[in-house]
Design a protein around this ligand. Structure first.
Ligand code: SAH
Ligand code: SF4
Length: 359
């Protein structure tokens, strides 16, 4: 079993079974999530016999690092993680800003200098089949365990510590649909959030969903402080259905209604993700339609020119059209940010590298 799959209470129970004093659980937990130990020998804070027992019962690494390409822009690092059953997932560290950066501006770069955003996966592949998405094109392989989700964060936390840095933001926007793997995704967030452990603030997480309505409502009821992003990409059911099969089950109105419920329950702003596809969803007319649907909702739109993928013929919107889309939305009262993706030269866009390996 992977050590990161243990909750603190499961660890406590196990040590009880092993007839260890209860404070050992805390020592191991701190070793894992505060000292960032990655191998049983490092736990010099517990007796050797217990270290050996840990080594015997648990694995400390969830995956082997398969490919590592460094983007020529020097900002993007991208290992591929191979799980024991050979499934491949990805987690991307962005050195500045969000996974997709703002339109480059020296001031924004300066302000964001210490920002280290980590984009992690929740599934190998994805069952939602969005046509423009490389992960969707791969199909569903399996859910990740909570420990496999946590392990992606620990890998980077350990790496950054060596450079005297740390992860500042975590987005669940890598491979997979987090709300399709709800319990494991939330368990991973809770484990990382533990004040006696890794202590990563809830508000520094963002969870991105294709728009699974019952889970949005459940998430709202749990009143989590985690940021919520919804992948909308179209302002009209027919157009959304053409690129996102999930729209057959959950219509745009239902998704937006669930978002209104979320805002009412939490008082938090919702983000709508919008991949700008040339000639498909980037016209001023679409922007006006979108703005009309979002009226009165505490939200903003995060628009990113499409990352072209092998399985979809759509092309990215150019900068000028992107800015017109933004202006049109904002004139109608809906705040919008245009982001430019980094690392396209190493295919660091969502699911692209692993997708390439599978095809
Ligand atoms: N399954 C979740 C989270 C992972 S995808 C979701 O869909 O929200 C993370 C974001 O990348 C989503 O907004 C998704 O729509 C977007 N995305 C996927 N493929 C893309 C592409 N080729 N270009 C731009 N954005 C893409
Ligand atoms: Fe899955 Fe998200 Fe890709 Fe859609 S965009 S296929 S939900 S990972």
């Amino acid at each position: 079993m992977l050590i990161y799959d243990l909750s603190f209470s499961a660890l406590t129970n196990l040590l009880k079974e092993w007839n260890e004093p209860t404070y050992r659980a805390k020592q191991i937990w701190q070793g894992l999530y505060q000292q960032l130990y990655y191998s049983p020998e490092q736990f010099t804070n517990v007796p050797k016999a217990l270290r050996d027992k840990l080594a015997e019962h648990f694995t400390f690494s969830a995956f082997t690092v398969k490919t590592y390409l460094d983007s020529s822009d020097g900002f993007t690092r991208k290992p591929l993680f191979e799980l024991p059953d050979k499934q491949v997932i990805e987690a991307v560290l962005m050195r500045y800003g969000d996974p997709a950066d703002y339109v480059p501006s020296p001031a924004a770069e300066k302000g964001n200098k210490k920002r280290r955003t980590l984009c992690i996966s929740t599934q190998a592949g994805c069952a939602m089949g969005c046509v423009f998405c490389a992960t969707g094109q791969m199909g569903f392989k399996r859910h990740l365990t909570s420990g496999e989700i946590v392990a992606q964060v620990m890998y980077y936390a350990q790496m950054l510590r060596g450079m005297n840095e740390s992860v500042t933001n975590i987005v669940l926007m890598g491979m997979g649909e987090p709300f399709h793997n709800y319990d494991n995704s939330m368990a991973a967030i809770d484990r990382l959030n533990d004040p006696d452990g890794f202590n990563f603030g809830a508000r520094r997480f963002t969870i991105s969903t294709v728009g699974l309505v019952p889970q949005i409502r459940r998430f709202a009821d749990e009143k989590r402080q985690v940021n919520l992003a919804i992948s909308l990409h179209a302002a009209d059911d027919e157009e959304r259905l053409a690129i996102m099969p999930v729209n057959k089950r959950y219509k745009i109105d239902d998704v937006i209604e669930a978002c209104r419920y979320y805002v009412a329950q939490t008082g938090r702003r919702v983000t709508f993700e919008w991949a700008l596809i040339n000639g498909v969803n980037d016209t001023p007319e679409v922007a006006r339609k979108l703005a009309a649907r979002l009226q009165g909702l505490l939200c903003h739109v995060n628009a990113i020119p499409l990352n072209p993928t092998a399985g979809y013929e759509g092309r990215a919107t150019d900068r000028q059209r992107a800015l017109l889309f933004k202006e049109t939305l904002e004139q109608a009262g809906i705040p919008c940010t245009i982001r430019m993706r980094r690392g396209i030269d190493i295919q660091a866009g969502c699911g692209q590298l692993a997708g390439g390996l599978h095809s």
